[in-house]
Design a protein around this ligand. Structure first.
Ligand SMILES: [Zn+2]
Length: 140
């Protein structure tokens, strides 16, 4: 398990995620971000929008079969799962239901978008039994 210090994501990917959040309202939106993790830096190069299987305003669920399919295809494309994105109706910090999920995916960045719209996204990792913040670096 390695500490991820930074998530590099393009402005166009951020826009795609923002649009997806708006489209899913009032439910939480979710997405899978693929790319590469090197020397503690996670670089996003593909955003895969996924439906929230639970259609909930307080949690999200990606259909396990869909997730498996995405991960197998990622392997074929020689890409890694770099981040799991979801939105919150409130503050962009991991909730009680997020934590057990995070513990299952410690080698990835949890990217969360909160409301209001102007609130920036926040990144987190489950590392050494606690939640640590991952810096978000938006590139052009
Ligand atoms: Zn959450």
């Amino acid at each position: 398990m390695k500490r991820i210090k930074e998530l590099q994501i393009k402005q166009s990917h951020i826009k795609k995620l923002h649009d997806w959040v708006r489209k899913n309202e009032p439910f939480e939106a979710c997405a899978i971000l693929l790319g590469k993790i090197r020397d503690g830096i996670a670089e996003v190069d593909e955003v895969i929008l996924t439906p929230n299987a639970s259609e909930s305003t307080v949690h999200f669920e990606i259909d396990p079969e869909l997730l498996l399919k995405i991960l197998l295809e990622a392997e074929e494309k020689n890409k890694q799962l770099v981040s799991i994105f979801h939105s919150h109706p409130t503050r962009p910090y991991p909730s009680g239901v997020d934590i057990p999920y995070m513990q299952n995916y410690p080698d990835t960045v949890w990217l969360i978008k909160g409301l209001p719209e102007t609130e920036p996204m926040h990144g987190f990792q489950w590392f050494e039994n606690t939640i640590v913040e991952v810096k978000i670096n938006i590139t052009f």
